[in-house]
Ligand binder design. Sequence first.
Ligand SMILES: *[C@@H]1O[C@H](CO)[C@@H](O)[C@H](O)[C@H]1NC(C)=O
Ligand SMILES: *[C@@H]1O[C@H](CO)[C@@H](O)[C@H](O)[C@H]1NC(C)=O
Length: 147
Amino acid sequence: MKLVVFCLFAVCCGSLASTSTNKPDVPLQIRKLEEVLRQMEALRGNMQNNDQMLNTPPVDIEDVCCLSALQCLSASLNVQYNVTENKPKTKLLKSLRSHITVRGLCNAGSVQSTCQDCASHPKENATTFFNRLESFIQKAITRLYMI
Ligand SMILES: *[C@@H]1O[C@H](CO)[C@@H](O)[C@H](O)[C@H]1NC(C)=O
Ligand SMILES: *[C@@H]1O[C@H](CO)[C@@H](O)[C@H](O)[C@H]1NC(C)=O
C-alpha cells in the first residue's frame, strides 16, 4: 500500500515538474518568432528608401539586458514611421509585445538597472536597424531549436 502511494506521488510530481518547465512552449515560441521575422520583412520592404534614424541596441547585448533591448527596438519602431496607416508596423509591434515573443526571445530576461537607456544607444539607419532586429530574433530561434 505504501509503495502504491509512493508511486502515485512520484507520477504526480513527475507530471508537475514537466509542465513547470517551458519545454512545451518552445514550438509555439519558434512559430511566433518566425512570424515576427516575416512581419519584419514586410515592413523592411516598405522602408528601403527611408532616411529616418532609430536608436538601436548593439548586437552583443547581454542576456540580462535582453528585455531592455527588446523594449528599445519596439519603442524605436513605435516613434518612427508614423504614417496614419501603417499596417505592417502595427502587426510587427503587436507581435513584438506578445508574451510568447518575450518569453521566446528573453527566457532569463529581466530589466536590470545597469542596462543602457534606449536613448543612449546610437541612432542607426533603417538598414542597420532591421539587420540588428533580424539577428536578435534569429539568434533566439537558433537557441530554441537546440532546446
Ligand atoms: C506615433 O504614433 C503613435 C501611435 O499612434 C503615437 O503614440 C506616437 O506618439 C507617435 N509618435 C510621433 C513621434 O509622432
Ligand atoms: C546605413 O548605415 C550603415 C552603417 O553605419 C552604412 O554602412 C550604410 O551604408 C548605411 N546605409 C544607407 C542606405 O544609408
